[in-house]
Every structure is written in structure tokens, then in C-alpha cells.
Design a protein around this ligand. Sequence first.
Ligand code: HSE
Length: 299
Amino acid sequence: MYQVKVPATSANLGPGFDCMGLAVKLYNYVQAQENDQLEIILKGSYTKNISTNEDNLVWQTACLLWQRIGFRPKPLKLVLENNVPPARGLGSSSTAVVAGLMIANAVAGYPLQRLDLLSIATEIEGHPDNVCPAIYGGITLTVMAEDKIIPRVLTKNPGFKAVVAIPEILVETEKARKILPSSVPLKDVTFNASRVGLLVDAFLREEYELLAIATQDKVHQNQRASLIPGMPQALQAALQAGAYGAALSGSGPTLLAFAPIGREEQIAQKMQKALAAHSLDSTTLTLEIDPNGAVLTEI
Ligand code: HSE
């Protein structure tokens, strides 16, 4: 029997649209063992709308990997424990994709390397900013070159925690991408490119005070504010409460703050209060950065 543990992730980190992300210590688990037919059992806090049939994302992804390598599918019993809230910008679908790939690879005798899994996962997800940290852990930058993908893990143990405010609304990534303009003014490209550079430098040099500027964005966050009442105010509140930086998590609605150790509770409360002032209830969590990414164990 195999068990895979996959971390939740936060993508973009402000200006790093579709290329930067981080993994946090909040996990979905999948257990898999051979069975005489496909059987899918759901556990954990988030089981609603998860298919237990052939179209389940973990199973679909496993089948896709087997098809790629010419391996005959084996029916499995899958037990999915979902602790990452779906449609909240915390990479829940990436956890399913990564779990499916890792289990399929294990069942087939480990023919593929992590980089191969990243490449297939990116193809399925369309962008690597969630799947890369879900596979590698830490804070990541992923570059899509013509014929290859380049993952870089910038840091695994930064000196801050991730405080997330998870609003009680759902935002479908597809919808949150459709509202983005198809082109971006040149000055906004410069604004974001310079901040992605600063963000990478700040993580590498551990100069977290730079994050307030380095997490600013002009490409997607303002455009998405209409989907999340109180978003700019809550990001501002996080900074005023002492966060190093703050950003929309993926396509939202979750908001992410980079919290100095000891300031987490205050930052969480201020974000929650700012959202509540716009009639949006939210749950807050303080999470450490996950340094390992997805881990598969044979039980
Ligand atoms: N980079 C993606 C976006 C993350 O912002 O749309 C969501 O999957």
C-alpha cells in the first residue's frame, strides 16, 4: 500500500503570476492499494463535489501517467483525505494531480523522476505555480522554457510564517482567469518584473522587510478585487499589523500574509476584521512553510 502526502500551496505571491509559489504545512493524503475494481473512499473536512467514479481527478491523473508510459492501468482502492479547502486559492486541485502522478509512478515501479512529474502536472494544470511547490516544497520559482521546465527552490525554511485568511466564498480559478485582460501595459510589465526580481532576492538574502514592496502586483490582483469584497483593505491591514508582505493567494479568495514570528495572531485578526467590515466571514490559519513537498511512503 502507498500513502502520499501533498501540501497545500499558495501561488503568485503577488507579482509572480503563474510562476511563483510556496508550500505550507496543511496536507491532503491519498492511500492507494491494488483492488479488483476502482473504489474511492472520501475522508477529511472537504468531500463535497469530489467524484468517487472514473472521473475522479486523482484517478484520471494516474491513468494519464500510465497511458504516457504505456503501462496497463491497475484498479485501485483510493482513500482520499481532504483537509485543504477547495476553490479557495490553496492549490487543492494540484494536490489531487500530484497525488495521482506519484501513486501511478510508484505502482508502475518509479520510471519517472520528479522533474517528469512536474512537467506532466504543469500540462494538466496549465501553469506550474501550485504544482511546483506541491512537488518540491519550499518557496519556488518555475520557468517554462521552450523545450523544458526549470524549477528553482529559493528557500525551504524562511524566517516567517504564512498567515492565511480564508473567506467563506468560493472562487473558481477559471472564472478568476477570465476576468483578466488579455494584454498588459508595458509599465505594468516593468512594475511586476522588477518586483519578482526583488522578491527572489529578498528570499535568498532573507531580507524580508523588502517583501512589502516585493509582493505588490499590477497584473492580476486589482482585477480580481471585484470577486473578493475587502481584499485591498485586508492586505493593507496585514501590512499595518506588521506583516512583511501580503498577497492574494492564487486566484483567491484566500489572502496570504508573510508574518514575522510572534506577530501571527495580530495579523490574522486584522485581516479577518477587514474582511468582516465588508461582510465577508473568514477563517484564519497560521501555517509553516512545508520544506519537503509531496512525500510518498510504502506502507
Ligand atoms: N496562477 C494562477 C492564477 C493560480 O492566478 O490564476 C491559480 O491556479
